[in-house]
Design a protein around this ligand. Structure first.
Ligand SMILES: Nc1nc2c(c(=O)[nH]1)N[C@H]1C(S)=C(S)[C@@H](COP(=O)(O)O)O[C@H]1N2
Ligand SMILES: [Mo]
Length: 199
């Protein structure tokens, strides 16, 4: 057996998953919300994509349920340093939702019920990297974790995974969201430990 330097790319916990720098593994599922939990009934729920030209694409709950479902199993990394491995979700790929959206935009500003926002490059929502998730661990997504539906974009710190997602605004210029305006990193790659502005 070769001797491998542990800790070079982050410690490898017993589970065999890889931990990004500065993170520790947790087995529960902490709830982190900047405000009260909005309660949105399925009948009232809608999701919109608005382009830089003002074109508006809209889905109600029935529309979302009619789209093909994917079942990603992903690791979550929160900027407060917990990581949770192998979480099971069901949701609709953003590739499906954005398929017929014509845009020249490079940026997305994600809006939630309750007013939370977060920004990311449009390309980070595409190519199988992001979902509108509506089930967790085989059950409907609990309200405190973002139900009826949340954005799930697990390759970035979890603050980018907007709970109670309501829409995505496509923009030609990058615009910071809630935590990004408060000093968090604009991009938030856990593997490069991009926690705060300047990291
Ligand atoms: N709408 C909304 N989405 C949000 C937040 C929030 O406060 N409001 N918090 C973010 C942060 S900082 C984290 S770590 C995760 C937490 O998700 P969880 O509560 O399901 O663990 O949600 C993210 N999405
Ligand atoms: Mo977070």
């Amino acid at each position: 057996m070769p001797i491998i330097s542990r800790g070079f790319h982050g410690r490898r916990p017993e589970s065999g998953h890889k931990l990004p720098p500065g993170q520790y593994e947790t087995f529960d599922f902490p709830v982190l919300s900047a405000g009260p939990t909005p309660r949105v009934a399925h009948d009232d729920w809608e999701f919109t994509v608005t382009t830089e030209t003002g074109a508006r694409h809209r889905w109600d709950w029935g529309d979302l349920m009619a789209l093909p479902v994917e079942s990603p199993t992903v690791d979550l990394h929160c900027v407060t340093k917990w990581s949770k491995f192998g979480t099971h979700w069901q949701g609709v790929s953003l590739d499906v939702l954005l398929e017929d959206v014509e845009t020249a935009a490079d940026y997305a500003l994600v809006h939630s019920y309750g007013g939370y926002t977060t920004n990311l490059p449009l390309e980070d929502l595409l190519d199988g990297k992001a979902w509108i998730a509506h089930r967790f661990d085989g059950d409907e997504l609990a309200a405190e974790h973002g139900g009826p539906a949340r954005l799930l974009v697990p390759h970035l710190y979890l603050w980018k995974s907007a709970k109670w997602v309501r829409g995505i605004e496509l923009l030609m210029e990058d615009e910071p969201g809630f935590w990004e305006s408060a000093g968090y990193h604009d991009y938030g790659d856990p593997w490069r430990e991009q926690r705060y502005q300047g990291d």
